[in-house]
Design a protein around this ligand. Structure first.
Ligand SMILES: Nc1ncnc2c1ncn2[C@@H]1O[C@H](COP(=O)(O)OP(=O)(O)OP(=O)(O)O)[C@@H](O)[C@H]1O
Ligand SMILES: [Mg+2]
Length: 267
């Protein structure tokens, strides 16, 4: 790929998937993570609600990485608009229970599985539902049942609901009161500031192997003005601007590449 030779990257920069060890860290992101981990350590459930592209799934990956495997069994399910039975089957599949039978049978099987994880294996089951704003209301309400049983008088499963802003509205409705009551903490993520965006762009260039940042100051400023500190928008603008700059044979990205990138991405 030309980006590598022209800008000195070792790998494609601003890609979607990066290793947890390469994640950009900020004190408030760490605090958000610590608060969620704290809930799980106290055998409670929580939610993480923030706009698209703000780093929810990335933070979840760090959370999974943070919880020691010897003590926690994390089951990650990406939600689609499934029925109650299909959701239970999905969770069964993800946590190693047999995904067959009627809805009540599946709930029994899940409870058995979680009790076994807690008891025999000595690990705490944590169920993470990503994209939880896509949950059907009856399925969201059903989650109460999964966290409803106790073993040795302590709650067995921690639930972590992760989703975009409509999840907040869903949880505020009367129908979801019982689920909402079980959430010890609702975390959120904010957009990056201008300063943080500058550091983020530098970080993403550095982890892709560039010795110097191939964006001039005005270009990074334009990325912030157009991307408004949203991580996904920042990534997409930066990569598209780099590709344009490369095609034009320039060695440094300027603001014109960023504004053209914006037009190309979101005409
Ligand atoms: N801490 C981080 N360090 C480096 N890159 C990150 C970090 N957080 C997010 N990103 C980048 O931003 C992009 C968007 O983040 P992510 O997919 O986590 O957002 P999201 O909030 O889950 O969005 P959606 O609501 O659409 O699922 C990721 O593809 C990743 O490249
Ligand atoms: Mg996500």
């Amino acid at each position: 790929m030309d980006l590598r030779s022209r800008f000195g990257f070792h790998a494609t920069p601003f890609t979607r998937e990066i290793g947890v060890e390469h994640h950009f860290r900020l004190p408030w992101l760490d605090e958000t993570l610590d608060a969620l981990v704290g809930c799980i350590e106290r055998r409670m459930s929580a939610a993480l609600i923030a706009p698209p592209g703000s780093g929810k799934t990335a933070l979840l990956r760090r959370l999974t990485h943070t919880l020691p495997e010897a003590r926690y069994q994390v089951t990650y399910v990406k939600v689609t608009s499934l029925s109650k039975r299909d959701m239970c089957r999905e969770i069964c599949r993800a946590c190693g229970a047999k995904p067959a039978g009627s809805f009540p049978a599946l709930v029994d099987r899940l409870q058995e599985r979680f009790t076994q994880t807690s008891g025999t294996e000595g690990r705490r089951p944590v169920v993470v539902l990503d994209e939880a704003h896509d949950l059907r209301p009856d399925v969201l309400a059903m989650l109460r049942i999964l966290t409803n049983f106790e073993w040795d008088s302590q709650l067995v499963v921690s639930l972590l609901l992760v989703g975009q802003m409509p999840l907040r509205r869903m949880l505020a409705s009367e129908e979801q009161e019982a689920v909402a009551r079980r959430l010890a903490h609702i975390a959120t993520l904010r957009l990056l500031s201008r300063e943080e965006t500058i550091r983020y762009v530098e970080h993403r260039c550095a982890i892709a192997g560039a010795a110097t940042v191939p964006f001039d100051d005005a270009a990074v400023d334009a990325i912030y003005e157009l991307g408004r500190g949203n991580l996904r928008a920042t990534d997409r603008l930066a990569l598209e601007a780099l590709l344009l700059c490369d095609r034009q044979g320039h060695g440094v990205v300027g603001p014109i590449h960023v504004t053209t990138a914006r037009r190309n991405l979101w005409p």
